[in-house]
Design a protein around this ligand. Structure first.
Ligand code: ADP
Ligand code: MG
Length: 276
């Protein structure tokens, strides 16, 4: 990798948006792989019972595989479920299996039900630069566990009509968790996904998002790209599937921007990907 400044402490980034299909999983795995390609050690925590992030990373997650369910519900140490991602040096995954669907209910009756992921991460001793948590499309106890465990929230926004609708609820949840359980939590990053700069709607939505969120919006946006959507069916990120594609380059650039922001270095947007 080209090497980027590494954070002094592990940055825990929660990728959340209760809307489905906005690019949470795609962003989690491709950003994680990009950070790893840049030389960082990165763990992806798959918190969606669908296990799409695990699939996209080529990680076995059939029902018998030790998974994040065991960590949350059975208090199994995170180190016992983490698997290295094939073909990407420095990238690891804590997979989700289908039994995670039941965890939302099972967690209700457990002690410290909101902070079980936080505890598991705090007890994990392997050195990491980043942990990226892929959330399900809901604001239940799984997402709350992610918000309690993390410091940063990354919200992927698809540039379409109603893009900002429903975000108010997520932002209120972030405020609630910050107020009661995790004072460090903040929305650090907004990423525009599936951006098609040729359409008027996309650029209007992008402008609206930038007006609303300001500096949190990355200069880099992710273009709509067939290569990005094909990669998961090969159990690969777009970084391995087609390293020279615009999708791969835009995620590498977004990763660079996030890494630099994290150490307070201003980002030179000359190479920012501004859509297709
Ligand atoms: P979420 O996790 O928010 O539900 P996904 O990351 O699964 O969203 O993305 C939803 C769908 O859109 C998937 O089929 C994915 O392959 C596709 N997709 C995501 N980002 C892009 C992109 N930049 N270009 C083309 N397709 C994309
Ligand atoms: Mg998803």
């Amino acid at each position: 990798g080209e090497g980027l400044p590494r954070p002094e402490q592990t940055r825990i980034i929660v990728v959340a948006n209760q809307k489905g299909g906005v690019g949470k999983t795609t962003t989690t795995v491709n950003l994680a792989a990009s950070l790893a390609v840049h030389g960082a050690r990165v763990l992806v925590v798959d918190l969606d019972p669908q296990g799409n992030a695990s699939t996209a990373l080529g990680i076995d997650h059939h029902a018998e595989v030790p998974s994040i369910y065991d960590v949350l519900v059975e208090s199994k140490p995170l180190s016992e479920v983490v698997q290295p991602v094939p073909d990407v040096e420095g990238l690891f995954c804590a997979p989700a299996t289908i039994d995670l669907a039941g965890a939302e209910i099972e967690l209700v009756s457990l002690v410290a039900r909101e902070s079980r992921l936080q505890r598991a991460i705090q007890a994990y001793e392997q050195p990491l630069d980043y942990i990226l948590i892929d959330c399900p499309p809901s604001l239940g106890l799984l997402t709350v566990n992610a918000l309690v465990a993390g410091q940063e929230v990354l919200i992927p926004i698809q540039c379409e009509y109603y893009a900002l609708e429903g975000l108010g609820q997520l932002l209120r949840n972030v405020d609630l968790v910050r107020g009661h359980l995790n004072p460090a939590l903040h929305v650090s990053t907004i990423l525009l996904t599936m951006y098609d700069g040729r359409t008027r709607l996309a650029s209007q939505v992008a402008e609206e998002v930038r007006t609303h969120f300001g500096d949190e919006v990355l200069r880099t946006s992710i273009p709509r790209s067939v290569r990005i959507s094909e990669a998961p069916s090969y159990g690969q990120t777009v970084l391995t599937y087609d390293p020279g594609s615009s999708g791969a380059l835009s995620y590498l650039e977004a990763a660079r921007e996030i890494a630099l922001k994290g150490v307070g270095v201003s980002y030179d947007a000359t190479h920012a990907h501004i859509g297709a």
